[in-house]
Design a protein around this ligand. Structure first.
Ligand code: NAD
Length: 474
């Protein structure tokens, strides 16, 4: 399969495009029927999803149920509840000349879209964009991650039994296959993954001037102020960091706090970890494993940063790394050079909030900034003076559960937003439409040549948008 040979996916993309052009995916009833079929997939394959994600990364069934099934169903039901309203044309303001005409925004599907997903939440990160793409009336090629191979197999083998195969297709494979797939022209590409691969996707999309959403990663800072309820902070941070064994793009990646707070947090974090996972987390059914050997080795190498204050135990055969907290980590340490994506929480000591904010602003803009403080002014200061895709004050991950909030990154953490109506909007082209009447020609005369000063005056009166509230001498 060399780069010169006929593209192995060209026929598939052509077939989907032909169906899209036939208009099959446009009616509301069709979209609803496919979304309901996705709901049946989630319901009937629930057990298979729990098993596949357990095999892939030891994902505890509670966590898998919550993120891969419940949150997907929420997106699905929210979409089904609102779709007919979202699809409606939106009327817009008109000028004097078009007063009697119809001006509106049509939510048009893009056409054939490509969704590429990572391995962390292998069902959720495929289905949530897919829900929006179907809702918006597109045909879709779905590319799951080859790393979470059990989930990939489940999607490849069963999704086609639920969805219309003339409109929705699963393509499996790794770098080589995806590279060939990307040679085809898509009308939209929705990618979730690392910033490095995001650049590759955007470059491939640029060849066809295809618009993209890039849901990327990075390091999410978590500032903990001196005034807070330490036990609550410890539980909320430990939950967010160690959920899915730390393999969450919005996990708090590192804590910024003063030396005094580090001293107070440490016993509280230890207590939270024991409360969650017992004295030996390796035996806990509620703590996951790293997805692969390469990932295990990469994350284990980060343990050499700062001082291991809690945890630090590893077991290569099981790809187990204990919930770990590293104290006194320096910005130059390995754990601070890359997104951790594992159960390790470094603490970097700062003198105060200003220094924490400077620290955050000196680095690429994160997917999420977290701030903990009993003083809401402190939380608001961190919100005001930093920039990130999302923000959560006094908790971790919870902003992700609201379908009403746009989710996505900025700069290095991504481009574009989704969840709830934002997903539908992402996959809809906003077509600006004006439908004029055929009559009333005298109203159009002022714009036709031969031009005159008098016609220009009439044009001004008909077209000019005046600044409101400003006194003019007219
Ligand atoms: P990845 O970028 O390695 O892979 C993602 C997808 O891209 C996979 O389907 C893979 O097959 C494909 N791919 C990989 N290399 C490619 C190449 N050279 N050309 C074309 N396609 C290629 O990411 P990953 O390891 O699966 O996930 C890790 C990253 O994803 C982290 O940075 C994490 O933060 C991010 N992430 C972001 C979100 C979010 O919602 N923003 C969610 C989960 C994960």
């Amino acid at each position: 399969m060399g780069p010169g040979s006929a593209n192995p996916y060209a026929g598939l993309v052509r077939h989907l495009r032909a169906t899209w052009q036939s208009g099959r995916t446009r009616p509301l009833e069709y979209r609803v029927s496919q979304l309901e079929a996705l709901g049946r997939f989630l319901e009937e394959k629930k057990q298979d999803i729990l098993e596949a994600t357990a095999l892939d990364m030891g994902k505890p069934s509670f966590e898998a149920f919550f993120t891969e099934i419940l949150l997907c169903k929420n997106e699905l039901n929210n979409t089904l509840n609102n779709l007919s309203y979202w699809m409606k044309d939106e009327s817009v303001d008109k000028n004097l000349v078009t007063k009697l005409d119809s001006a509106f925004i049509r939510k048009d599907p893009y056409g054939v879209v490509l969704i590429i997903a990572p391995w962390k939440y292998p069902i959720h990160l495929l289905l949530v964009p897919l829900i929006g793409a179907i809702a918006a009336g597109n045909c879709v090629v779905i590319k799951p991650s080859e790393v979470s191979k059990n989930s990939e197999r489940l999607v490849a083998e069963t999704l086609s039994c639920y969805l219309d195969n003339d409109c929705f297709a699963v393509v499996t494979g790794g770098v080589q296959e995806t590279t060939r797939l990307l040679e085809n022209k898509f009308d939209y590409i929705f990618f979730t993954g690392s910033p490095g691969v995001g650049r590759i996707i955007m470059t491939a999309a640029a060849k066809h001037l295809t618009p993209v959403t890039l849901e990327l990663g990075g390091k999410n800072p978590c500032y903990v102020s001196d005034s807070c309820q330490v036990q609550n902070v410890a539980r909320r941070v430990a939950w967010g960091r160690f959920f899915n064994a730390g393999q969450t793009c919005i996990a708090p990646d590192y804590v910024l706090c003063t030396l005094e707070m580090q001293e107070k947090l440490m016993p509280a974090l230890r207590e939270a970890i024991v409360e969650f996972f017992g004295p030996n987390p390796k035996e806990s059914p509620d703590f996951g494993r790293l997805v692969g050997d390469k990932e295990f080795q990469r994350v284990r190498a980060l343990l050499g940063s700062g001082r291991v204050a809690i945890g630090g135990q590893t077991d290569e055969a099981e790809r187990y790394i204990a919930p770990t907290v590293l104290a006194d980590v320096l910005p130059s340490d390995p754990a601070m050079q890359e997104e951790i994506l594992g159960p390790i929480l470094p603490i970097v000591v700062v003198a105060n909030m200003d220094e924490a904010i400077d620290f955050i602003n000196a680095r690429p803009r994160p997917l999420t900034v977290y701030a903990f403080s009993s003083d809401s002014k402190v939380v608001n200061q961190v919100l005001e003076r930093t920039s990130s895709g999302g923000f959560c004050g006094n908790d971790t991950l919870m902003h992700f559960t609201l379908t009403s909030l746009p989710f996505g990154g900025i700069g290095n953490s991504g481009l574009g937003k989704y969840h709830g109506k934002f997903t539908f909007d992402t996959f809809s082209q906003k077509r600006g439409c004006l439908h004029r009447s055929m009559g009333l020609e005298p109203l159009n005369s002022p714009r036709y040549p031969p031009y005159s000063q008098q016609k220009l005056g009439l044009m001004m009166a008909a077209f000019e948008v005046k600044r409101r509230g400003i006194c003019t001498l007219l």
